[in-house]
Design a binder for this molecule. Sequence first.
Ligand SMILES: [Zn+2]
Ligand SMILES: [Zn+2]
Length: 506
Amino acid sequence: MKYFRKSTALLLSVVLLVSALGIGFRASAGNRCSCAEIPRVMVDGIGVALHYDQGGPDEYDVSVVAPENLKEQVLPIVTNIIAAAATRSWDKGADAISALAYGLFGHLQVDEYGVSVNPVTNFAKPVNTQQNHQTNPKYEFSYDWRMDPMESAALLNQYIQEVKSATGHSQVNLIAFSEGSMVCMGYFAQFQYDDIAQYISIMGAHNGLTLVGELFNKHIDLNGTIAAEYMRAYGRFAGDDGAFALFKPLADVLEGVGLVDALVGALNLLLKNVQDKVFADTLIPLFVQWPALWGFVPHEYYESAKQTLLSGPKYDDFRALIDNFHYKAGPGYKADTLLANAAKKTKVSIVASYGFPTQPFAPNSLIDADGLIDTARESCGATTAGLFKTFPQGYTQKVADEHNHVSPDLRVDASTCLLPEQTWFLKNQIHFTFGFAPFLDFLVSSKNQPTVWADPAYPQFLTHLPNNTFVPTQPEAPAKTVSLPQSFLALFDVVCQLIIAKVQEG
Ligand SMILES: [Zn+2]
Ligand SMILES: [Zn+2]
């Protein structure tokens, strides 16, 4: 201890001497840059290409859905699923679901220790040191989005150090999308805030998803009506790029032969009857062993989900792995604490969205969401009126401050957010596509903490228009009550009868 103090004192005097001489360690590095263009480290979500045999002679990109399997394999399997449901052959149906899922996602399987079964990965490409950050400030961090966010965060830290040294900047802007926000929570938990000039979360998964919480508690219910709502939403807003493009070939194949409704109905009927078998044979080995998916499970669903899906000594190591993220950086109070701390030390901007249900796989999919993640969770605590609903006229915000935080369309009350002055809401911005470059520029170019009051062009509530422009949100007429037919299975039975009749004819 004595020695430590002495050497600290010695070091201090050297530092004082050096700075007195006006040299400074930083200047001696020779490539310091203090320009206004702070490099941006982008941390994307699920859907970035993974690589087979990365760095090896046979390297190639693999997508989320194996597209080479679509045309040859999917159609006969889907026919089998529908036929099994129509004839109530439950075990055959479960096997057909298994064949479909393995055909599409088998290449991404992870074992019970959280290790990829195939040589598929994505380790961050090294920073391009030739990149001119003043003309191109974006540095894309890539990672294996199936894996433990704490591990990905350690790789992110290395990447940030490389960007700093390549650009001569002492800090970066950290811009996260979707799962990227989860990795950034892992980063803040382990590496704190000193290297970050501003943290921006866009439709972030830092507080989990109700959808995943429900599914991981075996609450499954496919909803054809919401599926139809999705089709409409994508028709209006989705481009050909983004993660959705990966699923489009599948949708095209099924739609082309009129099988979407029949498939949804068949899957629902089968799942109601062979849910445990489908979980044991297919969902657990294919998806539940992705450590990252456990980062999407909200706190209130977490322990029961572990009991439901990961019981027994087989999963001792895996449970320790996912607990490490969940309890140090994961959904719930930890992420909120990390973000609150971040806001004290650096600039923090949170961008959420509403206007869509979550995906139609769970009984309570009809919540305010961006098409995937709950609005309340990604905004860290907004109060919403309920999907397609409005607050009553004369509604007063739950937390009084000197501002109005109720959206002009009476659908969102931002006063309950963790950071109400620095949380934006983009109405009708679906999760999988985000291309609002001027808004990002506004956030990163702000010298001080940007707030929802800083620029009238970017108030707290913005609306995404189909031509991919954004305008301040306006009051709207109260939405009509959306009525959802509860008779989807009945409709499916009609389809089955038609198929059976067709089979008997031919
Ligand atoms: Zn610079
Ligand atoms: Zn306020």
